[in-house]
Design a binder for this molecule. Structure first.
Ligand code: CTP
Length: 418
């Protein structure tokens, strides 16, 4: 109940993303906040006031006065009541009106009267978001101290794909908690929630040598692990990226790249770096077996069958799970072709993880593709299924999940930390 006693004015505007405001209202109320909802006239075409009134446990306000008894809805009182004015979804039209002080509905007059901080979660088509008019309006709102929760990238209602999706309610909730915890401004472009945190990430395959020119490997491209490293670095973390043999896919100054070839080398590096890290995400596709003997000379071709004796590699994640402290968050991946969730849950428990990211082989080739479809299964039994997305967007979901877990495990320490 981190929002106990907080008063949140939720503005809902005319956008297809208005359905998400129902989830958002529910999450805010569950966290203890008092929520009053104001809708623009067009918003009522997308979601009914009854839904939001039921979820917020308050009458929803749409008009300046009640048509039944003429009672006046004072925008001044509403603006003073709130600790936070959150407009989600904020349409391009409402943002433009806010930027220019137009106040021809209750939501806009309340916005102009609000004495509290204002947070906007824009939702619109990608071209509208990129339009110079919207860019200018956004800049104007930012310059006046409004917090803008940037829309995410993905499939849009128009069928196009790009930036413009309203941020997910769970993420907005986390940003509000962070905001009220006084740990930085989640809408500022220089906001770095992981500043001062070290995170270990592994990526790519391992190559287990047979002789000087041959190896046992797999098809991992490393793209998912590198995208996670980039996302973490972008959020201010100091990332140690222990990578198997893939072309280098990053040059981010916050990422220290440690290149390895074999599972044994990866274990050695992980054991060295893990103790100093707040979190670890193990995205590498580590070989499960390695040849018992790596020949030091190239094997010659023969005419009879050839048998290679293999031994198991160390389970790196399991070893890290056995030495972790309760303050460290640790996550792995599971690549499954059958009984996916059941097997992933077994790995989660067996390796002592906080959460596991499930990649299903039934969803296509997650190794070489630029998109991925995941589920996150957590040690508290919760499960979340995500849509097929570009790997950068998947990385943002995973890091967002990590952030929410870290916020629960380790409360704010410094101005910018979680
Ligand atoms: N992993 C690891 N060391 C290994 C094998 C796997 O650290 N030797 C990690 C992977 O990086 C991943 C998680 O364990 O985060 C699960 O990997 P996966 O290959 O799905 O599972 P395995 O434990 O290898 O089991 P199996 O291959 O039999 O499904």
């Amino acid at each position: 109940m981190q929002l106990q006693g907080k008063k949140i004015m939720l503005g809902v505007t005319g956008s297809i993303a208005a359905y998400k405001s129902a989830f958002l209202t529910r999450l805010l109320v569950k966290e203890g906040a008092s929520v009053k909802v104001i809708m623009t006239p067009l918003a009522r075409e997308f979601i009914t006031p009854v839904t939001l009134a039921t979820l917020s446990c308050n009458t929803v306000l749409c008009d300046f006065f009640s048509h039944d008894d003429g009672a006046w809805n004072s925008h001044v009182e509403l603006g003073i009541w709130a600790d936070l004015f959150l407009c989600a979804p904020a349409s391009a039209n409402t943002m433009a009106r806010m930027a220019h002080g137009v106040c021809d509905n209750l939501l806009l007059t309340t916005y102009l009267s609000a004495r509290c901080p204002v947070m906007l979660a824009p939702a619109m088509d990608l071209d509208m978001w990129q339009h110079p008019a919207t860019r200018d309006n956004t800049e104007k709102l930012l310059s006046r101290g409004n917090i803008i929760l940037e829309p995410s990238t993905g499939e849009l209602a128009s069928g196009l794909s790009g930036k413009g999706r309203m941020e997910e309610p769970e993420i907005i909730l986390e940003k509000i908690k962070t905001f009220f915890a006084g740990s930085g401004d989640p809408g500022k472009s220089d906001y770095r929630p992981l500043k001062g945190r070290k995170v270990l990430v592994t990526a790519g395959p391992t190559h287990e040598p047979i002789d000087p020119v041959r190896y046992i490997g797999n098809q991992s491209s490393g793209k998912m692990g590198y995208a996670i490293a980039e996302e973490l670095a972008g959020k201010g973390a100091e990332v140690i990226l222990v990578s198997g043999p893939v072309p280098v896919l990053t040059g981010h100054p916050n990422i220290k790249l440690v290149k390895v070839k074999t599972a044994g080398e990866m274990l050695r590096e992980c054991l060295q770096w893990f103790p100093g890290c707040t979190a670890c995400i193990m995205a590498a596709a580590v070989a499960d077996y390695t040849p018992v003997i790596a020949e030091d000379r190239k094997l010659k071709r023969g005419s009879s069958n050839f048998t290679l004796e293999m031994k198991p590699t160390p389970d790196i994640l399991k070893e890290l799970g056995s030495i972790r402290s309760k303050d460290q968050v640790i996550a792995g991946f599971a690549l499954e072709s059958e009984n996916e969730k059941e097997n992933a849950r077994k790995k989660l428990k067996n390796k002592n993880l906080d959460f596991i990211v499930l990649n299903s082989l039934q969803e296509g080739d997650c190794f070489n593709s630029d998109t991925n479809k995941i589920s996150i299964i957590a040690s508290d039994g919760s499960e979340a299924d995500y849509e097929m997305k570009p790997k950068a967007a998947v990385a943002a979901d995973i890091v967002g999940y990590l952030l929410s877990l870290m916020a629960r495990i380790r409360p704010a320490e410094s101005e910018n930390a979680i």
